[in-house]
Write a protein that binds this ligand. Structure first.
Ligand SMILES: [Zn+2]
Length: 193
C-alpha cells in the first residue's frame, strides 16, 4: 500500500485516489415549495395555493416530529357553536386558518385530513432525506418497490420497478400519473455494487 502522505510529500500533488474529505449528510428540514405543493395536492384534501403552503410551513415546517394537531391548532381556534354546526366534537382543536387550506373533500373530515396532510408533508421530507443520505454515501441507483397498499401498484409504479433507476430520478412521492395517489406509496431500495 502506498503511504498517501509520503506520496503527497514527494510528488507534490494529491494521490490520484485520495478520498474526498468526509462530511456528514445534512438533513433536509424544508423542501422546495413545488414539492410541498405536489405532496399536499395529491391527497385531494388541500388546495395547494401559495397561502396554503405558507400556512403548512408555518404550522409544521422545520419540526421533525410535527403532529397533526400542530396543523389544526395553528391560528384562531373556532368556538364551540361553530364546531357543533360542523358536526365536529366541541373539544376538537380546529382553526379557521386551517380550514381555509382544505378542499371540500378535506372539509368533510378536517381531523382526518390533518392526519393525512401531516403524513404527506413529513413523508416527503423523510423520503428526501433517505434518498439524500444514500446518495451522499455513494449510491447511484435504486430499485423501486411497487406499492403494496390496498389499491395495489399502478402501471407507472410497476414500470419504474422494471429496472434500476438513477438515484436522482427516484420518485419521492406518489406518481403524478397514479390513479389512486392517496395510496401510492413508492419506496425504493439502494443498489449497492
Ligand atoms: Zn401508484
Amino acid at each position: 500500500m502506498i503511504r498517501r502522505d509520503l506520496f503527497n510529500l514527494f510528488s507534490g500533488r494529491e494521490a490520484p485516489d485520495a478520498p474526498r474529505p468526509w462530511a456528514p449528510y445534512e438533513l433536509v428540514t424544508f423542501l422546495p415549495d413545488e414539492e410541498v405543493r405536489a405532496a399536499l395536492v395529491q391527497t385531494g384534501l388541500c388546495h395547494g395555493r401559495d397561502e396554503d403552503l405558507a400556512f403548512v410551513k408555518a404550522a409544521i415546517g422545520g419540526t421533525a416530529f410535527a403532529k397533526s394537531i400542530d396543523l389544526r391548532r395553528h391560528g384562531t381556534q373556532l368556538d364551540k357553536a361553530t364546531l357543533k354546526a360542523m358536526n365536529v366534537r366541541p373539544t376538537a382543536m380546529l382553526t379557521a386558518e386551517y380550514l381555509a387550506i382544505l378542499t371540500p373533500a378535506g372539509l368533510a373530515d378536517p381531523l382526518e385530513a390533518a392526519q393525512t396532510l401531516t403524513s404527506a408533508y413529513l413523508g416527503q421530507i423523510a423520503v428526501t432525506n433517505s434518498l439524500g443520505r444514500a446518495e451522499h454515501a455513494g449510491v447511484e441507483f435504486v430499485e423501486v418497490i411497487p406499492n403494496n397498499m390496498a389499491a395495489g401498484a399502478c402501471a407507472a409504479c410497476l414500470k419504474l420497478a422494471e429496472k434500476p433507476v438513477p438515484i436522482a430520478e427516484a420518485p419521492k412521492g406518489p406518481l403524478p400519473e397514479c390513479p389512486h395517489p392517496e395510496q401510492c406509496v413508492i419506496r425504493s431500495r439502494s443498489i449497492l455494487i
